[in-house]
Design a protein around this ligand. Structure first.
Ligand code: SF4
Ligand code: SF4
Length: 199
């Protein structure tokens, strides 16, 4: 079991408004009702590997400790099993809050350096966005180069041998009409016009 680290929190580390911003996202509103009972941490199958337990993450968000939350491994270790959400006595959608925090961490580049999960998520997303399809060989290679460059160099020989036998490829695959994909992505990225977005 990992050693629990206790650190002193300072007022200066807070980013006022961060918690309110997260709680304004649909699905995350009930975070304000957290009673810090710890049920989420107790049922989470991964909490022993996390640097902050789910309960601590909820408290840190509410108290505006943005950097600490967004650079935490916890949000990336969350396996989206929903056990915490099902058991929370306050019906707080903890899993959805974890998703929201992951998204913010990627957007703001806060994630732990060389930690593979956010890099994988980002590269996966970029590949789908640009090509409409995942090319596994390229994805794995990029992941290794960005997180374990020395190990990647050591595996170059194996990669070459697999390529020769056709069992590994760096070829980028694309869907047939990438123009359609670009139009869909543009429509998704465009800010909604009119309406209150609540229909
Ligand atoms: S189970 Fe719900 S109320 Fe209890 S600490 Fe976790 S989020 Fe807060
Ligand atoms: S959804 Fe995530 S935080 Fe909640 S119990 Fe599962 S792994 Fe833990």
């Amino acid at each position: 079991m990992k050693e629990i680290q206790r650190t002193i929190k300072y007022e200066a580390d807070r980013v006022p408004g961060f918690g309110r911003e997260v709680m304004s996202v649909p699905g995350c509103e009930k975070l304000k009702d957290c009673i810090q009972c710890g049920t989420c941490s107790g049922v989470c199958p991964l909490s022993i590997y996390m640097d902050h337990s789910p309960r601590q993450v909820m408290a840190l968000v509410r108290e505006d400790f943005k950097r600490e939350v967004l650079s935490s491994c916890t949000i990336w270790l969350c396996a989206s099993c929903y056990a915490c959400t099902v058991e929370c006595p306050q019906q707080i959608r903890i899993t959805d809050i974890m998703y929201e925090l992951k998204q913010r961490a990627i957007q703001e580049g806060f994630y732990p350096k060389r930690f593979p999960i956010p890099v994988l998520a980002q590269e996966f997303n970029r590949m789908v966005h640009d090509h409409g399809r995942i090319s596994e060989g390229r994805l794995v290679t990029k992941l290794f180069l960005k997180t374990k460059p020395l190990e990647a160099a050591g595996m170059a020989g194996l990669g070459m041998r697999l390529m020769k036998t056709g069992r590994f490829s760096l070829k980028q695959e694309n869907i047939r009409d990438r123009g359609d994909l670009a139009r869909i992505m543009e429509a998704m990225d465009a800010p909604a016009s009119g309406g209150n977005g609540k229909d």
